[in-house]
Structure formats: C-alpha cells, structure tokens
Design a protein around this ligand. Structure first.
Ligand code: ADP
Ligand code: MG
Length: 425
C-alpha cells in the first residue's frame, strides 16, 4: 500500500526508515519531510495542518495509510476530518481523535482522566480567571517547589518549577492575567513537585488493547551533566537500566492497563501511540504527562529496537487486532546523540552546509536527519536540532561511543552535541 507520513523531524526520519522496511509498503511519501526522509521516500511540500491539501494528496496518490508524526495536526482534529469525509473513509489514519488528543493538548483534561481512573500522578488543582484568588491562596499554602503548567500546548515551554511562593504567585498571575503563554495559559494546573528519575514508555493502542514498545530515556538539557536550558532533546537511550522487570510490571499494572481501560470505558476514538512521560519516585511510577504521539528523540532509539513490522502493527491498531500481535524487540542497546545548531536553544543560524554526510557509517550506526533541507543539491541545516546518529551496542557506553565517533565525521559551522549521553548508567 502507499503510505503518507506527516511531519519533518528526526522522529519522522526514524519512522520513515522503519516503514519502508515493511513488505506492506509500496510508495512512501513524507510531508513535508527533511533531507533524510527524502532518502526513504518522496518528500511532498504539504503542511500537515492543511487538511484539505492532505486530503487532495491522499486521493490523488492512492494513499491507504496515513501516519501522523507530530501532535499539532492531531490536536487540531485531522483524525475527525478523515472520519467525517466520505471519500476518505477507506483510508487508515493512525492518531487519536481531537477529543482524545486532549490527553496531550490539555493538562487539566489529562489530570482529570488520571483521577477518574486512579492512575498515580502528582496531586493538583486547576485554576483560571474565575477562581484566580483561590489559586493565589492555594499557592500560598503549597509546599515548595511547586509546579505550574499552562493547560494548553506551549511548545515545551509552558511548565515552570517555582522555588519560592513569591515566584509562583508572580508567574501564576502572568500566566492567567497576562496570558504569558497566550490562550494556553488561560487555565493553569498547579501540581506537587515529584522528585525522581524520568523515563518514557510507549504503546500503540487500538483503544481497547495495546502493544508495548521499547522504553527510553531522553536527555533534555543542552549542557553536559544535565545542565543549562531545556531543549527538544539531546539524545536518548533504550532500554532504560532502572526500568527492570519489577518496575515495568508496576508501570503496566498501575499505569498502562488503567489508561487503556479508561480509553475503552470512555469510548475514546484512539488508534495510535500513547507516550507516557513517567517519573520513578522511590520504586513507584507516576505519570508526569501523556503525549498522543511518539517522542523525539526517543523514536530514534525505539524504532531501531522494534523488530516487528511497523505497518502490520499500525494495521492491527486500525482493525482492533493488536491483542493478537506479538511485538518483537531487538535485544541490543540503542543510543542516539543529537547534533544541534550553535546557539540552540537560543537563536541560531540556518542554511549552513553540512559536510561529511557521504562518509559511510559503521554497520551498526544509523543517521537520522532532524532539521535539514536541500538547496541547490546541497544538504544544509534548517533547524535547531539538525541530525542524530543512533548506534547499537552491547552497552550504553559502547553504543554512545559509536555514535560520537560517527558524528566526528560530520561537520557544519557551530555544530554541538553532548558527549555524555547515558552518563549516569
Ligand atoms: N509534578 C512534577 N514534578 C517534578 N517535575 C515535573 C513535574 N511536572 C513536570 N515536571 C518537569 O517538567 C518537565 C515538563 O513537564 P511536562 O508535563 O512533561 O510538560 P511538557 O512536556 O508539555 O512541557 C518534565 O519532563 C519534568 O522534568
Ligand atoms: Mg514532557
């Protein structure tokens, strides 16, 4: 079948790499894609949020399956758009409905869902202009640090961890009264701070059953030793050493099972990935957040460790037969190291030529493009996160070492990557 993948990051290059390995994949199109996805299929100059244009392309090119990479089209309702359109009824679309995507698009919606289904998460309250003063009182008696979250999508910037009550009250005021994050912060979730280590767990669900994918840990800070500003992600490892069998049993029993049962009980139209952002407090898992799609850069280690046919899995999610599917994992460790533009996550240049891309990589390393483009036949930088190298190994150290070695062959002005991905293991 012909497949259309929406998105343009490292996640999409890893998904594209995996999709074309399937016997079910005839032609693969990626919209809009990047210089790396162009090596897996055909890039199409389409915006993933221009639904009528996506429809037009799907019909003209006999697309049978659409996989939505990023959250924005999902939160804007692309799945509902497909379900409502008579001419698109036969097309399989992987991604939750607009209503279900609120699990990512609204922190308050997600917290209420977790509460209804007794899923462990930090204690919280939600506030907006109508109960602003109650919020200030609540903050004044809240333990420190305290976490403030803009309810809506805020490009990864809407969460503030406040160390003092004054700071919390001031930020709370700016979020609600002065729309610090626009519409997204008209409502604010105030939650207790949890202390522990984070990890990401992924499932593919049909809304009733699910297939568990390899877990991963990502590295968000720009600086080595987890210092400096937050980024989209500087690297990832899988498997996660502390996510042993007994911990993963708790994750399944206390978090994944009740979440998927909740989706079924509440009749969510959810055929797609669920990303559980978890934190291990003592020996127990808590949910920090849900995302309604795969993570980036986690996908760049999860897809290489997935031995099963991805297209078969997506089709099983669509027709509700996931329960019968056996997911095979590659037993090796996979690690990815992300190279970014100089200055990122602050201001950075784009359009810088990338050298060394023709060097052959070792057999157990994979290059995934993130923010790259092609101009006059030359591959150049086109974003903050530029490209990453994922390597397999017997240990995290070995795999990261291979990725760093491969990155030494590649260069562009201002190139930076962390040398210490996986340092704590
Ligand atoms: N209750 C909490 N306790 C401790 N840290 C938190 C808490 N909530 C969020 N964080 C930190 O903030 C980060 C971002 O929060 P998250 O809810 O994942 O929002 P988003 O990814 O949408 O920005 C988390 O990865 C975690 O490091
Ligand atoms: Mg997050």
């Amino acid at each position: 079948m012909n497949i259309l993948l929406l998105g343009s990051g490292g996640r999409e290059h890893a998904l594209a790499w995996k999709l074309v390995q399937s016997a079910h994949c005839d032609q693969l199109f990626i919209a809009p894609g990047n210089a790396g996805t162009a090596q897996c299929g055909t890039n199409v100059a389409l915006s993933a949020t221009d639904f009528p244009a996506v429809k037009d392309f799907v019909l003209k090119n006999g697309i049978g399956l659409v996989l939505v990479g990023p959250e924005e089209p999902l939160v804007k309702g692309i799945t509902d758009f497909f379900r409502k359109d008579e001419s698109l009824k036969q097309v399989v679309i992987i991604g939750p409905s607009q209503y279900a995507a609120q699990l990512e698009g609204s922190k308050a919606f997600a917290k209420q869902f977790m509460q209804r289904h007794n899923i462990p998460t930090a204690a919280y309250r939600e506030f907006d202009a109508s109960n602003f003063n109650d919020g200030v009182e609540y903050l004044k008696q809240h333990a420190l640090p305290v976490v403030l979250k803009a309810d809506g999508l805020a490009a990864g910037k809407g969460v503030l961890i406040c160390q003092t009550t004054e700071e919390a009250v001031s930020e709370f005021e700016q979020m609600i009264q002065q729309s610090k994050f626009g519409e997204a912060s008209k409502k604010v979730v105030v939650e207790a701070f949890l202390s522990g280590i984070e990890l990401s767990v992924f499932v593919l669900t049909d809304g009733k059953s699910y297939a568990l994918l390899p877990e991963a840990k990502d590295y968000k800070r720009i600086g080595e030793g987890d210092t400096g500003l937050n980024t989209g992600g500087m690297g990832a490892v899988s498997p996660v050493p502390f996510a042993d069998q007994s911990f993963m049993k708790k994750v399944v029993e206390q978090i994944i099972d009740p979440t998927v049962k909740g989706l079924e009980k509440e009749n969510f139209d959810y055929k797609g990935f669920v990303f559980f952002g978890l934190i291990k407090v003592g020996n127990d898992p808590y949910v920090i957040e849900y995302n309604c799609r795969m993570g980036d850069p986690e996908t760049e280690v999860v897809m290489p460790r997935l031995a099963s046919d991805l297209v078969e899995m997506l089709l099983a999610a669509d027709n509700g037969t996931l329960a019968q599917l056996k997911v095979e994992q590659d037993p090796r460790v996979a690690c990815t190291v992300m190279a970014v533009s100089g200055g990122y996550p602050g201001d950075y240049k784009k359009g810088l030529p990338i050298n060394g891309l023709d060097n052959t990589l070792p057999a157990d390393s994979l290059l995934f493009h993130a923010g790259t483009g092609i101009r006059n036949g030359i591959t150049e930088t086109a974003g903050g996160r530029v490209l990453c190298v994922t390597s397999y190994g017997n240990s995290i150290k070995e795999a990261v070492g291979k990725s760093r070695k491969a990155l030494e062959q590649i260069s562009y002005e201002g190139m930076y990557y962390r040398n210490d991905i996986g340092y704590e293991f």
